[in-house]
Design a protein around this ligand. Structure first.
Ligand code: F0G
Length: 454
């Protein structure tokens, strides 16, 4: 059997509990059938997200002890700036408390009501901030990107013809920037190729439009470029990452994902762009040398950023995901292929083909899997979508149950437990019923919304 190997050892552990099914039933009812609202006391394998849950290295933890606790001019921040310049190749850095805070600052600075933001695909928080500032998104993936079971190595690529058409249609003056998201999260953690990013850059240059890169999942996108894009096979992670960030005017990231700690940042080599955003940092985040992040976390970010260049480290999660996806696929469970990053993604619309999309198949599947296994996944479908101006549901393009595999957290036997339970549920899928909202928050409803069986 082709199994992934752990190239690290466990030196600190946290006890897990596998509570009985009766307790799990109570817990999921109390949580409004929304896995975000479960307590980890009731969760065996927490596969909700990799955000802030990747394991940290010995070097990260030890760096946290030398943090320089200064309100202004902290040396910890200076060390972070150096790492950002070294790894991401950008001189100017604005620290923010997490990824969506970067999206807030960028959206407020550059978006005017009526603007359109072309992008490969939206992420929930990026979309929320664009809408909040009166903008709209134009999602320009190739049509094949939404074929869930496929062999297309770069489903995160932008369709260049669609980009040209979008610019022609909306006018350059209404497009403040083009957004590319590394390892396109909501379609199953699917990467874009460097050649595609170069094509996007060419169009951006032709029209004088700024290119913004969401680098939250950049390390894994770079790793998959090395695996899948012929021209980059022999290059180092450092070369590939620098190449990608070099093509963007503005790079932002959630450090909760990129470097396995907390925080986030916006970086650029353009002083003019930096200056436009600068004033918003003290207003919303904190002083310019900490941006709402604890200095200890800044030290962990700094080390984590450099570790992103270590192929042994960065390959761990994609290799475990590959094993999980390929094993589920062999058992006939509908999953997104090729295996992407962040987690395995189950195609809930096929899995629960008896549940109409208006009854949230991915949400229903997430709740059912928790009930029968104690595994907590995340709904990435219509529950995570929004309503239009008339209050009607915008049905998601894809209904996915995401089973996140944070870096260096789970063992292979735990992954095998996941396979066993998902396969069992697939064989008994007709037991799963649909859901409807009983409590629906107006913004980012999936976080705290409550549902009940239909
Ligand atoms: N961009 C991408 C591509 C993300 O995946 C996330 C977060 C963000 C921006 C926002 O960053 O959470 O630090 O504010 N993704 C997490 C997830 C929440 O579970 O996929 P944040």
């Amino acid at each position: 059997e082709d199994i992934p190997l752990e190239l690290h050892k466990v030196r600190m552990v946290q006890k897990l509990y596998l509570v009985p099914i009766e307790r799990r039933l109570e817990a999921i009812k109390d949580a409004g059938f929304n896995t975000f609202r479960l307590s980890t006391k009731d969760v065996y394998l927490d596969m909700l997200t990799d955000s802030g849950t990747n394991a940290m290295s010995d070097n990260q933890i030890s760096a946290m002890l030398r943090a320089d606790d200064a309100y202004a001019g902290s040396q910890s921040f200076e060390r972070l700036q150096e790492a950002v310049e070294e790894v991401l190749g950008k001189k100017y850095l604005l620290p923010v408390h997490q990824g969506r805070a970067a999206e807030n600052v960028i959206s407020r600075t550059f978006i005017k009501p009526g603007n359109v933001i072309p992008m490969n695909y939206h992420f929930t928080t990026a979309l929320a901030h664009i809408l909040e500032n009166g903008g709209k998104v134009a999602e320009l993936l190739h049509d094949e990107a939404l074929i869930l079971h496929s062999e297309n190595p770069f489903k995160g690529n932008m369709d260049i013809a669609k980009l040209e058409a979008c610019i022609q249609e909306n006018g350059v003056e209404n497009i403040p920037f083009i957004r590319m998201e590394a390892s396109t999260n909501l379609i199953g953690g699917q990467p874009f190729s460097i050649s595609n990013l170069m094509d996007v850059r060419r169009v951006a240059d032709k029209y004088g439009i700024m290119l913004v890169l969401d680098a939250s999942l950049l390390g894994e996108n770079a790793y998959l470029v090395k695996q899948r894009e012929e021209q980059w096979k022999e290059n180092s992670m450092a070369d590939i990452i620098k190449m990608m960030t070099g093509l963007a005017d503005l790079v932002y990231f959630s450090a909760r994902k990129l470097s396995s700690s907390r925080g986030g940042g916006i970086c650029t080599n353009r002083r003019d762009l930096y200056s436009k955003m600068e004033a918003l940092i003290p207003l919303y985040e904190g002083f310019l040398t900490y941006g709402g992040i604890s200095v200890r976390e800044i030290e962990a970010m700094t080390v984590g950023l450099r570790e992103t260049l270590d192929e042994t480290m960065i390959s761990q999660s994609p290799n475990f995901i590959k094993y999980l996806v390929e094993t589920l696929d062999k058992h006939g469970v509908p999953v997104v292929t090729p295996p992407g990053v962040l987690g395995a993604h189950v195609d809930a619309m096929s899995f629960c083909s008896h549940i109409p999309q208006t009854e949230y198949p991915a949400g229903a599947l997430a709740a059912a899997l928790y009930l029968i296994s104690g595994i907590r996944g995340m709904e990435r479908g219509t529950v995570s979508s929004v309503r239009d101006e008339n209050g009607d549901e915008i049905l998601a393009d894809v209904e996915l149950l995401r089973l996140a595999v944070p870096r260096r957290v789970f063992t292979l036997s735990q992954i095998k437990y996941v396979v066993d339970r998902v396969v069992w549920l697939y064989e008994n899928r007709e037991m799963i019923g649909g859901l409807r909202f009983v409590y629906e928050p107006p913004v980012l409803r999936f976080f705290m919304g409550g549902l009940e069986p239909t």
